[in-house]
Design a protein around this ligand. Structure first.
Ligand code: MTE
Ligand code: CO
Length: 432
């Protein structure tokens, strides 16, 4: 990994030494691990929160079972999915957004995964659910949930991004927060049966080239998927992050189509038809094209392009600590595989520094990046730019518009800019 030196002030080894010294004086045990700026930690002064015994330290709290299914702390009750009221006419065919600004790491907690459905959430008892495989197969089959549980299963982590994520930003900066600009993405550890096992059980005929998964919801969602993808890494998943799928996410079973448009990940999966050609006339695929300036459209844009966003600082996660040591963090992903590098800029793309990719990262999954810097209190124009294993580089919004025009809704992977003001508040802007 090459490290490009930007002009922004990074923490120098001198100030780092001073910080470590400060850390030692304050407590010692975290010295070396802590990276705190001179202004980041206050010297010990008399503070009632330290010197007085507090209620929570004095009175017994709830016992076990106060909440048989645990909930987050009440102090976190702002961390919820949110929708945009003017976006859709009706909440039954609508979308809400993952609060990316408030999360860290790469796993999206189940209760915070954005929801997108076209006909409301189907309420299905697992005992009443069936999955049928028919069409160009040797033996049409019907599986119960118990049947599915008898096939070898795998656990894999993948992001799901709606093709319309960032769609409202095509013509310019609009929504003030990464929850709304980028929150149609979530990242989950799925447990499921590789689809190829189920297809092998039914025996796909040589003429079978496409599959058409169909949902049991009133929207009867269907999408044509080439058989090569179905045989490659698709999963028929019934668990997310260890527990049963949430109703919103397709309980009791959904299709996982790694790296590809969220629309193809059919929820409440009840049937998979095998055919010799796609069913484009009667399904969603016809809509999922990218209209270009010359009136033609891009089709079959299944992979989600390389993309990233800074989640903090951002409009919903302003800098509240003032100048000094500041942690910038964000998410990156690519439907083509792994993310190789993320660069960040604090001056609107004039200078770039390679961010620190945290953890191992997994193909077609979210990556977490960090960049620690010393904020001098002046205004910032924060940007991030991801590069994937194929060498795809996240484009500027101007470059994207130059190639695709402004009529598109889908596949906006342009570089996002947050303007941070000297008071630490931040706003969604575009600069050229
Ligand atoms: N599956 C069914 N049966 N019905 C739907 O409306 N919406 C699709 C897809 N699968 C949909 C569906 C769309 S457009 C997206 S982006 C993803 O589900 C959203 O998945 P999520 O709700 O788990 O975030
Ligand atoms: Co979608």
């Amino acid at each position: 990994m090459t490290r490009k030196r930007g002009s922004e002030s990074s923490i120098t080894s001198d100030s780092r030494r001073a910080l470590l010294k400060g850390g030692l004086e304050l407590g010692g045990s975290v010295a070396g691990a802590a990276l705190v700026g001179s202004s980041a930690v206050r010297a010990a002064t008399p503070d009632p929160l330290i010197t007085e015994v507090q209620d929570w330290n004095r009175y017994l709290g709830d016992g076990v079972d106060a909440s048989p299914y645990g909930m987050p702390s009440v102090h976190e009750n702002e961390v919820v999915r949110r929708s945009v009221s003017w976006l859709t006419a009706d909440p039954k065919s609508s979308v809400n957004f993952t609060p990316l600004h408030a999360l860290d790491g790469v796993i999206t907690p189940n209760g915070l995964c954005f929801e997108r459905h076209h006909g409301g959430v189907a309420d299905i008892a697992p005992s009443d659910h069936r999955l049928m495989i028919n069409g160009l197969v040797d033996t049409p089959l019907v599986f119960t949930m118990e049947d599915l549980a008898r096939f070898p299963r795998e656990n894999r982590m993948y992001f799901l991004e709606c093709a319309a994520n960032s769609g409202m930003e095509w013509r310019g900066a609009q929504l003030n927060g990464c929850q709304f600009t980028h929150g149609m993405v979530h990242n989950v550890m799925y447990t499921g049966v590789p689809l190829k096992h189920l297809l092998a059980e039914a025996g796909v005929k040589a003429s079978g080239k496409w599959i058409l998964p169909e949902g049991a919801d009133p929207a009867h969602m269907t999408r044509s998927i080439p058989i090569e993808k179905a045989m490659d890494d698709c999963l028929v998943a019934f668990k997310m992050n260890g527990e049963a799928l949430r109703p919103e996410q397709g309980y009791p079973v959904r299709l996982v189509v790694p790296g590809w448009e969220g629309n193809m990940w059919v929820k409440w999966l009840r049937r998979i038809e095998i055919g010799d050609q796609p069913w484009h006339q009667r399904e969603e695929t016809s809509k999922y094209t990218d209209l270009l300036a010359d009136g033609t459209a891009r089709r079959f844009t299944w992979e989600m392009d390389v993309k990233s966003v800074i989640t903090s600082p951002s409009p919903q996660a302003p800098i509240v600590h003032g100048r000094g040591a500041t942690v910038l963090t964000g998410l990156a992903w690519s439907g083509f595989g792994t993310v190789k590098r993320v660069d960040v800029s604090i001056d609107g793309g004039r200078n770039w520094t390679t961010a620190r990719l945290d953890g191992q990262g997994q193909s077609k999954s979210l990556y977490r990046f960090y960049h620690e810097f010393d904020w001098d209190g002046s205004e910032l124009f924060l940007q991030s730019r991801a590069i994937d294993e194929r060498g795809h580089v996240q484009p500027t919004k101007d470059a994207l518009r130059a190639s695709r025009g402004e009529n598109s809704i889908y596949h906006n992977n342009g570089i996002q800019t947050w303007h941070v003001r000297p008071d630490g508040t931040a706003e969604n802007v575009e600069i050229s």
